[in-house]
Design a protein around this ligand. Structure first.
Ligand code: GN1
Ligand code: MG
Length: 371
């Protein structure tokens, strides 16, 4: 990173309200959208400074408002904890010296600052059931603790974020404008979209018909957005950029998509990609332990479809971006988005191969609820 970038970051950091002196800056490379920096200070306090991508998010002030409101709501749920522990359980935003929870730099770019959550670990892939179970509890708790927060107070930051018919329209548009070469390379995945789409619009229909309720949902519950403590117990949900009104299936599904994939989402060697049903069971158990009483039977019944739909949506979005010429997600090489799409469609095939087993798990849980 060049000196100018560091100077810019330091000046942005100093525009926020804290009494710390910056000593070191390190870039985190994991997100696909924002730029994220880890800040160390002479006082020992560590921070996470983020430049928000204003092409993806065109209403950054509302986005920050959403995040801060939800964080304050969650912090109010744990009055018994001391401040230090509270900061480890809930993402805490710091205001800028202007009083706003964001800062706009000289290039009109928006930034926000949070405390770094100390003594925490995160996972890109899961290798044991315990993490899957704890992840289920953590994301389940996020939904249960926000269930008394009026979702209407949140702005729909990316309209139709998980709306399959809308995503399909974007895909059709990208297909029309795509190069012949990219269309050819993606031919198999394009066929998969056509084969799956009828089933994949069902959840949106149920939502539109009011058969599935709208709640506060996180909408980016990939397992790397869950932090765990040194004993692998769930600690804190991070990256609340997309917190908005949604259905429970979004959060269930995106966690399952990443927990049950035996490989990372851009693994090119598809023989390594398969769906781990044991982790599905462990996650489902943890998730329902926190949420079961507040979910309707219809919500529980459609959880497996929720998982399949979210895997499909991600495959579709990566594919759409590939066809559109890589305009949305950060990519490290030419075929990166195509590799991500191939990975997700392979995961769906493995999910389908084990569908009966997955359905049985959900059914046995619904039965237990009825007893
Ligand atoms: C994006 O930037 P990141 O990694 O938090 C995307 C999510 C996808 C995810 C796939 C606003 O999230 O929807 O699930 O990549 N966020 C947005 O890894 O599009
Ligand atoms: Mg995100």
């Amino acid at each position: 990173m060049g000196l100018n970038t560091n100077e810019l970051i330091a000046s942005v950091f100093n525009a926020f309200n804290h009494n710390c002196t910056i000593t070191d800056i390190e870039e985190f490379s994991s997100g696909h959208i924002n730029d994220t920096y880890f800040i160390s200070t002479a006082e020992g306090q560590q921070f996470v400074l983020q430049r928000i991508n204003d092409e993806v998010f065109n209403n950054v002030e509302e986005l920050v408002n959403n995040k801060v409101k939800v964080s304050k709501h969650l912090a109010a749920k744990i009055p018994e904890l001391d401040t230090e522990e509270k900061y480890r359980r809930v993402l805490t935003f710091l205001p800028a010296k202007t009083g706003a929870y964001y800062y706009q730099d000289a290039f009109n770019k928006y930034w926000n600052l949070t405390y770094y959550i100390a003594k925490s670990v995160s996972f890109d892939t899961v290798t044991n059931k315990e993490i899957a179970y704890e992840g289920g509890k953590l994301f389940g708790k996020f939904i249960s603790q926000t269930s008394d927060f009026d979702a209407c107070q949140l702005v729909e930051i990316i309209p139709g974020f998980h709306d399959v018919p809308r995503r399909l329209l974007q895909f059709e548009q990208a297909k029309k404008n795509a190069s012949a070469m990219r269309l050819e390379c993606a031919a198999y995945q394009i066929e998969k979209v056509a084969a799956l789409q009828e089933e994949m619009v069902l959840l949106q229909q149920l939502k539109d018909e009011g058969k599935i309720p709208t709640r506060v949902t996180h909408n980016d519950t990939k397992i790397s957005n869950a932090l765990f403590d040194a004993n692998n117990k769930g600690l804190c949900v991070i990256d609340t950029d997309t917190v908005m009104p949604g259905i429970v299936h979004n959060d269930f599904g995106d966690a399952i998509r990443t927990i049950c994939n035996t490989a990372e989402e851009d693994q090119k060697d598809l023989s390594l990609v398969s769906f781990n049903v044991d982790y599905y069971e462990a996650y489902l158990k943890g998730f329902l332990e926190e949420l079961r009483d507040s979910l309707s039977e219809v919500e529980i019944q459609f959880l497996p479809l929720g998982a399949k739909t979210i895997i499909f949506i991600m495959g579709l979005r990566f594919l759409t971006d590939y066809l559109a010429g890589d305009v949305y997600y950060k990519t490290s090489y030419d075929e990166h988005n195509l590799d991500r799409a191939k990975n997700q469609f392979k995961l769906i095939e493995s999910f389908e191969d084990q569908y009966n087993e997955i359905l049985k798990l959900s059914k046995s849980i619904v039965k237990v609820k009825q007893l």
